[in-house]
Design a protein around this ligand. Sequence first.
Ligand SMILES: [Zn+2]
Length: 320
Amino acid sequence: MSIHHPALPPGVRVFERGWLSANNVLCEGPEGTALVDSGYVSHAAQTLALVEHALGGRPLQRLLNTHLHSDHCGGNAALQARYPGLRTAIPPGQAEAVRAWDEARLSYRATGQDCARFTFDALLTPGATVTLAGRGWQIHAAPGHDPDAVMLFEPASRTLISGDALWQHGFGVVFPELEGEPGFDAVAATLDLIERLAPRVVIPGHGSPFGDAAHGGAGPAAPVAAALALARQRLQALAADPARHRRHALKVLLKFKLLQWQRQPLAAVHAWARQVPLLVRLHAHHGGGAPFDAWLQALVDDLCASGAARRDGDVLVDGG
Ligand SMILES: [Zn+2]
């Protein structure tokens, strides 16, 4: 699970997780030990085991989050309990909401996801620099997928920790658009920013690191340029057809929950969905007048048709 990617700067290790838990980036240098992102809450024991094993008895000293979605900070509470001296740094946008654990402003209740309450000690303010693995990493605002997200960029090795702003094959759901707020232009601006930073290597929030550490040219390495081109193509298609983006987002939300459940009786899937504010709102605004259960069942059927889920009698099962 730990990947010693040859293209990564010394002292940087990636635990490639999956879709329920985002990747974790473990950084070790003269300044100490740090982890970027902590996975989903139901995988917290696995996150702890990965970190403990990699550190061999040394404590984790700092924890940073690219953004506060449940799959990136769900292990924060467990890490804070395990390492009492841990200092946690989060992007500033939701600092007050985290301090008060204001569930109306944090995304967990709205999406029907879970996250254990955590605290923070410092902010990752765009424009500032943090030291990880003996190098200075620039903090950049990366709105689009999440208005408050940040990315970390190390200019000497040109390594980018992109969170969900850029994956090798796309980017995260544009959540503001689901709430009726603009988001597509911010995604485009963040992709432009990544192009200007010209990374040789990208460590995404999901999937393997990609790039070419030996790339000496001025622009991004070829795999990064290819990822940017694909992301822009996808963005253009989604922005031209917001209904398609909503359908995609609904499937992502349902699939994410199914990854957590693995199996769930359909009746319980419906009962869960009826109390998820984002689903209720999307149905009310875009459900075309269909009853909620029929609307949701069409979504479930879509998920099964795509192979992301399957029916086992009255039980919905993750399709892997
Ligand atoms: Zn995210």
